[in-house]
Ligand binder design. Structure first.
Ligand SMILES: Nc1ncnc2c1ncn2[C@@H]1O[C@H](COP(=O)(O)OP(=O)(O)OP(=O)(O)O)[C@@H](O)[C@H]1O
Ligand SMILES: [Mg+2]
Length: 246
């Protein structure tokens, strides 16, 4: 591994401590008003925003470290249920955009209940019934990162609907993530997987889009021996189909 890559990774790793300190400080102010003093509504709002953003930063740091681990061929596999994985990803995404829905998702007890919570939020979840409780043996952090990136993209680009399909067929897990947005012209089907490629031009888009998500997805998939098919065209929405061998 090039020396600069190791240095960058160690630097990113070292961000973990100060981020935790910011997070713990904000949470103390919010949750221990008896010892730190009472807060106004506006102060509570700001603190909650700080906590949400430290969470995003922590995830980004973990994602970068996970990619480094992947590049080195390190796999940390365990048994986990598909339902826990899907719920974890949806909670992470809604925690940032709509914490009320995230709380509802945390409380669901069945697959049918989850479908009902997601429907009004514009997410159509369709998993094979038997898949819901299926336990798989994979690197959970990697699968989560793949699903989170695809679903986040779908949310970013959808008109009003995000679709998540899942099934298990012949010793492989299939996850499909689709949206009804502007789609991706065939000419860009290769390029969107390159690092730093984005289609947005304005400064605003440049801040929200780093063009790293899909490049990372490909690194992780390659590591797990998985594959990805993109079905999309201009104005026709996009569907990313991921297969991961079990
Ligand atoms: N569902 C989608 N619909 C339309 N375009 C998409 C979709 N997903 C990805 N793209 C295009 O592919 C580009 C690369 O996606 P990628 O996830 O790698 O980066 P990003 O989302 O722009 O930024 P980030 O690094 O935060 O993920 C996007 O900028 C966008 O133009
Ligand atoms: Mg992305």
């Amino acid at each position: 591994m090039p020396n600069t890559t190791i240095k960058t990774e160690i630097l990113i790793h070292d961000l973990k401590v100060p981020i935790s300190v910011i997070d713990a400080g904000a949470k103390s102010l919010l949750n221990r008003q008896d010892s730190y003093g009472p807060l106004t509504e506006k102060q509570i709002k700001v603190l909650k925003r700080i906590i949400r953003n430290t969470l995003t930063t922590q995830r980004l740091v973990n994602d970068v470290l996970e990619l480094g681990r992947s590049r080195e061929g390190v796999m940390i596999t365990s048994d986990f249920s598909v339902s826990s994985l899907v719920i974890a990803v949806l909670v992470e995404i809604f925690d940032l955009s709509d914490p009320g829905i995230a709380d509802l998702i945390r409380k669901v007890e069945s697959y049918a209940e989850l479908e009902q919570v997601l429907d009004p939020a514009g997410v159509r979840l369709r998993l094979d019934k038997k898949m819901w409780k299926t336990v798989v043996h994979l690197d959970a952090a990697k699968v989560k990162q793949i699903l989170r990136n695809l679903v986040t993209n779908a949310f970013k680009h959808r008109a009003c609907l995000v679709e998540i399909f899942g099934s298990i067929e012949e010793k492989q897990m299939i996850l499909k993530v689709g949206d009804d947005g502007r789609g991706i012209p065939t000419a860009n089907h290769q390029r969107i997987f390159e690092t730093y490629f984005t289609t947005g031009g304005s400064i605003e888009t440049a801040i929200e889009s780093h063009g790293l998500g899909l490049a990372g997805v490909m690194v992780l998939l390659k590591d797990m021996g998985g594959g990805l098919i993109l079905e999309s065209d201009d104005g026709k929405g996009a569907e990313f189909i991921v297969t991961i061998p079990l």
